[in-house]
Design a protein around this ligand. Structure first.
Ligand SMILES: [Zn+2]
Length: 173
């Protein structure tokens, strides 16, 4: 009776799906959302060339490759190569959803289109607002978080994430 289990596992859209990359577990609610997310993440020239060398057959493959390429680019921009880098990325539909999660967890109304939770090692990102800059910024926070053994002051965290965002999206560095 293996077959029904397999079907349940892949066809159960209500519970969403997960993609494992070298660094991330990407969690999303349905394939249409992932497809839209993939379209929003437009790589710059250098990263696009690197993407061409990867084996990509599906939207899932492309999203996985993009996330890992951005992780490695952020690491080299920041010159921070954490021994262990494992995080979750929750792909949400809208900034409203991101803000609802934030409100539920921290009891505070914010206007974030994405954020990184230090405690959960999780990036929450709105597909409506997603682009390379936003993703590089949040991955910047992730890399900084994994690099330092001690908690990094929030101002420094932000400066480093902004630095990653700026230089990941520039072609010639
Ligand atoms: Zn930030």
């Amino acid at each position: 009776m293996l077959l029904p289990l397999v079907l349940l596992h892949t066809g159960d859209k209500a519970h969403g799906a997960e993609l494992k990359t070298n660094y991330a577990t990407i969690i999303y609610s349905n394939e249409e959302l992932l497809e839209k997310f993939n379209q929003e993440i437009v790589l710059n020239r250098q990263l696009r060339l690197m993407l061409r060398n990867q084996k990509i057959f599906t939207v899932q493959d492309e999203v996985k490759s993009k996330v890992d390429l951005v992780v490695e680019k952020v690491e080299s921009v920041l010159e921070m190569f954490p021994d262990i880098l494992q995080f979750k990325m929750k792909v949400m539909a809208t900034s409203d959803e991101v803000q609802q999660v934030y409100l539920a967890k921290y009891g505070r109304q914010v206007d974030h289109i994405a954020y990184y939770s230090l405690k959960e090692k999780t990036i929450y990102i709105s597909t409506d607002d997603a682009n390379l800059r936003v993703m590089a910024h949040e991955i910047g926070h992730t890399v900084v978080d994994h690099y330092y053994k001690n908690p990094t002051p929030s101002k420094i965290h932000e400066v480093l994430a902004q630095f990653a965002e700026k230089y990941v999206t520039e072609d010639d560095l």
